[in-house]
Design a protein around this ligand. Structure first.
Ligand code: SAM
Length: 293
């Protein structure tokens, strides 16, 4: 069964907001989608079909949730704002395959929720119009937890999407790029005008698709050390690897020692972090780790 009219239109959204006297909380990143075409595109790119399970973060008044319920087998959505629970109960009444979990996604045990709500072996996707104030923590949490999720299709700030999907030697390339691309293949699937949201956000938006890799693209001896070293390599973008890594390790090693370690890795220490690809970072991290271990 589907509803007589879909939630994602300006007029119906206004009607729902008025009925519940709902006022947007900027602090919760509440910008609701009011454009059916955008939702259709998100669903198409997410690769959702009738057998798929979907996890949504922040259903709002249910605009995306409704379309997910129509196109997927089952939807589980995490919403932090208690005021939205009665609204969702009303707007999503026609759909029996949706569960709303009143929880902060950053504190949720998503693995446990997956075991409880989805069939064993069911293909799972994350699809969401994320609250922008915590885009990176949400995605990094979901990626690091090694959940059985095939892909993440998310509306996020354009600038953050560009950083996550960047290539070496570009302005957006940095430690976030490496962190995300270690776990996934990242592609921007579309840029989105502000007019598809109510209220309009202050920043530009894009839909980013992250496809989970079966195995990381590089071998690293110690993941924590690898990510820490990548971060240190970008700590001052204009500085060379030698300078950034020497300042980071200065309490343990003299600069000439660091220079020698970098040299041993076969990477030129006068290069900047932004010029290294993931393989080169892995090479560098594994060599340094063998000294430091
Ligand atoms: N999905 C809806 C849409 O597209 O119209 C709403 C998206 S809105 C950008 C973000 C939603 O995330 C809001 O409903 C907000 O209350 C919710 N939210 C904010 N912080 C959250 C958190 N830590 N955990 C779960 N939901 C959160």
């Amino acid at each position: 069964m589907t509803a007589e009219k879909f939630i994602a239109t300006p007029s119906y959204t206004k009607e729902i907001l008025k009925k519940y006297r709902f006022s947007f909380k900027k602090s919760l990143g509440q910008n609701f989608l009011i454009d059916a075409n955008i939702l259709e595109n998100i669903i198409k790119h997410a690769g959702i079909d009738q057998s798929a399970g979907v996890i949504e973060v922040g259903p709002g008044i249910g605009a995306l949730t409704e379309q997910l319920a129509i196109h997927a087998d089952r939807v589980v959505a995490f919403e932090i704002d208690q005021r939205l629970l009665p609204v969702l109960e009303d707007t999503l009444k026609p759909y029996s395959n949706i569960s709303i979990i009143h929880q902060d996604i950053l504190k949720a045990d998503v693995g446990k929720v997956i075991n409880e709500y989805f069939r064993e072996g069911q293909r799972l996707h994350v699809a969401a119009n994320l609250p922008y104030y915590i885009t990176t923590p949400i995605l990094m949490k979901l990626l690091r937890e090694n959940l059985p999720v095939d892909s993440f299709t998310v509306m996020i700030q354009k600038e953050v999407a560009e950083r996550m999907a960047a290539a070496p030697n570009s302005k957006s390339y940095g430690s976030l790029t490496i962190a995300v691309q270690y776990y996934t293949e990242a592609n921007i699937v579309m840029n989105v005008p502000k007019s598809v949201f109510m209220p309009e956000p202050n920043v530009d938006s894009s839909v980013l698709k992250l496809t989970r890799r079966k195995t990381p693209p590089v071998h690293v001896e110690n993941e924590d050390f690898f990510f820490t070293m990548v971060q240190a390599s970008f700590s001052q973008r204009r500085k060379t690897l030698r300078n950034n890594l020497s300042s980071y390790f200065k309490s343990h090693y003299e600069k000439p020692q660091i220079s020698r370690m970098i040299e041993d890795s076969g990477i030129d220490g006068t290069r900047r972090g932004e010029s290294l690809n993931m393989e080169e970072f892995a090479q560098l991290a594994n060599t340094l780790y063998s000294f430091i271990e």
